[in-house]
Design a protein around this ligand. Sequence first.
Ligand code: ATP
Ligand code: MG
Length: 424
Amino acid sequence: MGYALRDEHYYTYADYCTWPEDVRYELIDGAAFMMAPAPSVNHQTMAFEIGRQIRNLLEGHPGRVLLAPVDVLLARDDSANDDAVDTVVQPDALVVCDPHKVTQRGIRGAPDWVLEVISPASASHDQIIKLAAYERAGVREYWLIHPTDRVLTIYRYDGNAYGRPQIVALVGETPIDVLPGGERSMGTYRGQAFGGLNTAISDGGKVKSAAMNQITIALSKGRIFEETLPLLAAAGIVPAEDPEKSRKLIIGTNRDDVRVVIVRASDVPTYVQYGAADMGIAGKDVLIEHGGAGLYQPLDLNIAKCRMCVAAPAGFDYAAAVRRGARLRIATKYITTAREHFAAKGVHVDLIKLYGSMELAPLAGLAEAIVDLVSSGSTLKANNLVEVEEIMNISSRLVVNQASLKMKREVLQPVIDAIGGAIQ
Ligand code: ATP
Ligand code: MG
């Protein structure tokens, strides 16, 4: 959890210890973030349940499980005095194996495992600011849980940095690599413990990201990034790097108060929904599949234009099959769109979810037809497929986090207006 900056001062643990106990803060690199009031019941239930399972797995081992609030001091040097420690966090749950790190006032040094359960108010703080602090401190495993999506993101420290995270659904068993008692022999955390739990977030938490005057824009690489550049430029925003050339996922811009995060095209709405990004640009295809919850969609940007269509092998008489009332197997990445389209036409289909190369499915005998995006049609042609039905035109839209728009309107509205004015 964690939120608005207290002010612009640089603080240390020595200052922190003098603050009243009724307001909770976290210190990150000397910046004090005020934490929201108590998290929701679901949030606490989830943190407790995971902590409980891990405690059971640790039975007979030296590790200790602790739940928030516990101060974790992440000094650059473990012997640092209180006034040299400028990072103090309170993870939702943690495991610490080295007993020397445990003091009565808190944990000194990196825990072995840390859990944060994301709430709308803490998303960007947990996913960006605390992630960087845990990585720098060398926390071996960082678990981030998205309770509404029931997705768990695991960052593992390779001795130097966190690589790409592993993303798993909160079902089945998830191995925990850092528990003591052998290299990979650890325990497994059982995600289905949440089967009966309503994990919808009911915080009503306000989105206050680290700094109220900072904005984060979520973009995907490739055509969306390229076609967005002129629109951003019209708003006076120029990214400092090209994501195709740099491997950075967080890119600064010419404006100190604006940064860009590079995410998978289909993840853009999720980042914006949770407030990890204040705004983003996503295709209509992606927005339909996401559902649009929590998103304000003020502008159709008229970029990344293409169409969603049904395509089938050149020799397959699709129209005749439909007339006969045949049951068709359709492979697609766009399950929601496809379901609605065929339901409206009264065509019986079995939908097969794919994540890429839809055009292969009919050739390999997986499906009779596909639902996919087409622009020039050359990919279809190269695979001997023909477009047999157009479903809809697609273009990309600006999406804005509804809470950000309220809280940061002064910074966001001029950007939205300038982008709106530059649409071709
Ligand atoms: P990933 O490559 O990460 O799996 P993706 O394939 O969905 O994601 P892109 O191919 O970069 O990502 O597409 C991003 C967006 O661009 C899509 O969501 C869609 O709105 C649009 N798009 C996709 N294909 C085309 C196309 N052929 N022409 C124009 N726009 C397209
Ligand atoms: Mg792609």
